[in-house]
Design a protein around this ligand. Sequence first.
Ligand code: PMP
Ligand code: GLU
Length: 399
Amino acid sequence: MEYISERIQALAPSATLAMSQKSSELKARGVDVINLSVGEPDFHTPDHIKEAAKRAIDDNFSFYTPVPGYLSLREAIVEKLERENGLHFEASQVVVGNGAKHELCNVVMTLVNPGDEVVIPMPAWVSYVQMVILAGGKPVTVPVGMEQGFKVTAAQLEAAITPRTRLVMLCSPSNPTGAVYSRGELAELAAVLERHPQVMVLSDEIYEHINYVGRHESIGQFEAIADRVVVINGVSKAYAMTGWRIGYMAGPQWLAKAVTKLQGQYTSGVSSIAQKAAEAALRGTQAPVEQMREAFERRRDLVTGLLQEQVPQMQVSLPDGAFYVFPRVTDLLGMKAPDGSVIATDSDLAMYLLREAHVATVAGEAFGAPGYLRLSYATSDDNLREAVGRIAAAVNLLR
Ligand code: PMP
Ligand code: GLU
């Protein structure tokens, strides 16, 4: 007998991971697929980080780790937050988890009671809404389209907050849109939040270093709300370490303690070897981070230029950070593919592009933004040229 709890039945599968899986399956069958679906750097982890992991194995870091992470790693995180972000935390306010995803989910599970409202500007990364649903909370989505730079305004935030609001989830630089909030924009949001002392803020800064407009700004910098901000970050994107699975939360001590309790029953401390590697990443040379950022910037310019030139049916704006473009594709909806099928939605378009062009993308719907498509440009220039050429050819077949 098959039996799945209602909690898990209510959960949608991750569309980013599902599309990537589909693309891998096609590849395994010999189809030449270009995967622009999953967002992860295509670079290898820098050598000095790999060396630290090898040393950790030889030095017998093979025992259970402290539930919130090695103290030395949490101290490296505290120093990083001070040095790069001007944020003041103690090691006891930091919890290391199995990726930023794990800590995001832990924080949501720890803060949200059934029925609590969580404000999420949409488009948002696929997992935010699902994490809130898992906690029994009520996602309150705020549409922020291309016309407003995909950023929530102070007035929209004010209108979305009610006495039941427990949490606001922000992401800058943003997945899936690449939008980056300026200091001034964050100050306006902070001013709204100052008036609502029951609201906590989850600030997902995992793309911090993939920024093309200059300094990264954290909403944690505003004194009036600083004790209610939980910063989420990790090593996956900045150091090309997605598979090592190290992310963290930094927030109020009472929250870190409660998250540690959850982790103590649920997962324990994370991999010893990966923690040693993450510490080397944070303490070592930052030169590879800048090299990768430059490569992403070049690819951003390349892919937006190619799309504007070859696929004018999609409207693309220049993203300020992360490694995604998020074109509006509404002009293509309602058109017919050569096999007679109608492209009614952005999901139909993503499936059509996979079928016809062998290019994997993710539908905007997965991010709560129908009418858009997400393409990750964390891949080679050659792949990007080939992919846009194929998309253009497939789009030109639509009538
Ligand atoms: N937040 C956002 C916005 C992301 O795009 C990702 C990437 N999957 C994560 C968090 C999680 O990153 P990780 O678990 O690999 O640290
Ligand atoms: N953040 C990446 C993405 O959005 C990784 C996949 C995932 O965990 O969702 O594609």
